[in-house]
Design a protein around this ligand. Structure first.
Ligand code: FPP
Length: 222
C-alpha cells in the first residue's frame, strides 16, 4: 500500500493525512475484493522495517489502527469479512494487540472474504522462524533432516492454511517486493501500478484483476 506519504505531500498535508486516506482505501479495496468474489485479500499495513520511521509516524499509524479496528468491526461483520493477522503485532503493545485479537475472534465465522492484515511483518523473518522451528525439531529427533522440504516449510509459514497467492499488486510506481510474501509469491502474478495507494479505488482494483486475467499462468510448465 505504497504512496500514502507522496499523496499527502502533493496536497501539502502531513504524512498522517496520507495514511488516513490509505486506511479509507483499504476499506474500498475490501469491498471491491468481496464484490469481485476474491477469497483472500492481504494488505501490508506495517513492515518489520517500518520501525525506522519517526516515532511520530509510528505512533500515528498505531493510532489509526486502533481507530479502525474498533470502528470497522461492525463493517467486517456486516460484510461477512473474516479478519486474520500475520506478522508480530504483539510489538504494538497490549492494548492494540488485544483489540486486534478481539476482532479476529469475533469475525472467525465469517466466510465471504478473508482480510489478512500484515502487521510488523517481514517475509525473511517469517521464513527464518520456520527454518528455526524445523531445526529445533530435527535436533530433538522429532524429524529427520531429509523431511525438511517445501511442504514442511510452508506448513510453518504464517499464511499456512490460506490458498496460494495468485496476484500481488504494488502501488505508487515502486517495482520491488520489499520483504512481502517472498515465499508465497513464487508463482504469483505481479502487477505494478503508478496509482498512489490512497487513490487506489474499485476501478484500479478491477484493472489489476483484468490484467491478471490476461496472464497465462504456466507454473513452470508449458
Ligand atoms: C506506505 O506508504 C504505507 C504504509 C507504511 C502504511 C500503510 C498503512 C495504512 C494504509 C493505514 C492503516 C492500515 C489499516 C489496515 C487500517 P508510504 O508512507 O511509504 O508512502 P510514500 O512512499 O509515498 O512515502
Amino acid at each position: 500500500m505504497d504512496g500514502n506519504g507522496r499523496w499527502a505531500q502533493r496536497r501539502h498535508l502531513p504524512r498522517v493525512a496520507g495514511h488516513r486516506a490509505g486506511a479509507e482505501a483499504v476499506r474500498r479495496a475490501m469491498q471491491a475484493a468481496a464484490d469481485a468474489g476474491v477469497e483472500v485479500l492481504t494488505v501490508y499495513a506495517f513492515s518489520s522495517e517500518n520501525w525506522r520511521r519517526s516515532e511520530e509516524e509510528v505512533s500515528d499509524l498505531k493510532g489509526l489502527m486502533r481507530y479502525y479496528v474498533e470502528r470497522e468491526l461492525d463493517t467486517l461483520q456486516k460484510e461477512g469479512v473474516r479478519l486474520q493477522l500475520i506478522g508480530e503485532p504483539g510489538a504494538f503493545g497490549n492494548d492494540l494487540y488485544d483489540r486486534l485479537v478481539h476482532s479476529v475472534e469475533q469475525t472467525q465465522a465469517n466466510s465471504r472474504l478473508t482480510l489478512v492484515v500484515a502487521l510488523n511483518y517481514g517475509s525473511q523473518g517469517e521464513i527464518a522462524a520456520a527454518a528455526r522451528e524445523l531445526a529445533r525439531r530435527a535436533v530433538a529427533g522429532e524429524i529427520a533432516p531429509e523431511q525438511i522440504d517445501e511442504k514442511a516449510i510452508e506448513g510453518l509459514l504464517q499464511t499456512h492454511g490460506l490458498p496460494p497467492l495468485d496476484l500481488l499488486i504494488r502501488t505508487s510506481g515502486e517495482v520491488r517486493l520489499s520483504n512481502f510474501l517472498l515465499w508465497q509469491a513464487a508463482y504469483a502474478e505481479l502487477v505494478f501500478t503508478d496509482v498512489l495507494w490512497p487513490d487506489f479505488d474499485e476501478q484500479a482494483f478491477n484493472a489489476a484483476l483484468s490484467e491478471y486475467a490476461r496472464r497465462q499462468r504456466r507454473f513452470g510448465g508449458r
